[in-house]
Write a protein that binds this ligand. Structure first.
Ligand code: SAM
Length: 290
């Protein structure tokens, strides 16, 4: 007669154990940044659609300036076997994270079509002759004088194919120069969450230079203060368009978001010639070489 219990232990086969909540001790700042700030799918939707509309051909060869971990480039090469991207960043730490977590997670056939390069955007080397340059999340605002930003725009202009296009973004409205903090609760998946804090810590109206910080807060324990720090100049749309013009771009277009009727944006960006005096807005600034 067999011995042993007839009792059965029931286990759910599909549910892995819930990971520990995020904290300043266990969180990876690059991962939190990715969840809170980036939207590479929407960005690449916009860039590929507008490139096709403006140049009449598909975008195949992209350079992402100030790429960090190269999330937008990765999204781009994933979409079509004919797509190639160079991602340029000066930070070895951001690129190392990208090699493991962005490039490393691409399907094997897409990996050779993305080059993550530790380079200054002012000396892009062989990353030239490209269809489009992306400079997103206001990173180019580190160039805080007219001559410095003009030099960058000229470098981009020289890097583009004859019908190439620069895609970048702008932040405006009277809150862009305000000292203030903004908090958002962000889901990090599998029941985990954190708070993203955008801190406009200082602004000098004499120079238009701002000090900005990103902090992360958690359900329990201390925050992760100053996870990322930026020092930039707050540029206005007319100043930027004048500089693009001076750098040799044929035309510049400003795409602003439509209204959802409830005081928010509807997620649809269209070229506009007139803006609204909103407290705060984000738009795309697109400059064509031809
Ligand atoms: C705000 S992050 C932007 C990351 C990414 N583009 C995004 O959309 O989230 C700015 C990045 O610019 C890089 N950076 C700053 N100056 C640079 C330069 N002169 N050349 C290349 N990268 C630079 C920093 O290392 C940092 O990763």
């Amino acid at each position: 007669m067999p011995t042993g219990s007839t009792k059965q232990t029931r286990r759910s086969p599909s549910k892995p154990p819930r990971p520990p909540q995020l904290s300043a001790r266990n969180a990876d700042p690059f991962e939190l940044y990715t969840h809170a700030v980036q939207g590479p799918d929407h960005e690449i939707d916009f860039v590929t659609q507008q490139f096709k509309k403006l140049s009449g051909r598909p975008l195949r060869n992209l350079r992402e300036d100030f790429s960090g971990a190269g999330a937008s480039s990765a999204e781009f090469v994933k979409r079509n076997p004919a797509n190639h991207a160079h991602a340029l960043d000066i930070s070895a730490a951001a690129l190392a994270w990208g090699r493991k977590n962005t490039l490393g997670k691409l399907p094997p056939d897409a990996q050779p079509r993305l080059r993550l390069l530790q380079r200054n955007v002012l000396t892009p080397g062989d990353a030239t002759g490209v269809d489009a340059v992306l400079a997103m999340n206001f990173s180019y605002w580190i160039f805080d004088t007219r001559p410095a930003l003009l030099h960058y725009f000229r470098t981009v202009h020289a890097s583009l194919a004859p019908d190439g296009i620069l895609f970048t973004d702008v932040y405006g409205g009277y809150e862009s120069t305000k000292v203030m903090e903004e908090r958002r609760r962000i889901s990090a998946g599998r029941g985990r969450w954190f708070k993203y804090v955008w801190d406009q810590a200082d602004f000098d109206p004499m120079t238009n230079k701002a000090k900005c910080r990103i902090h992360f807060e958690f359900e329990k324990g201390p925050p992760l203060k100053d996870a990322f720090k930026y020092q930039w100049r707050v540029w206005s749309i007319p100043e930027l368009r004048e500089l693009l013009d001076e750098a040799g771009f044929k035309q510049s277009l400003v795409y602003l978001e439509g209204d959802d009727g409830k005081g928010g944006g509807d997620g649809i960006f269209k070229p506009r010639t007139k803006g609204d005096p909103d407290a705060c807005f984000i738009g795309y600034l697109v400059a064509t070489k031809k």
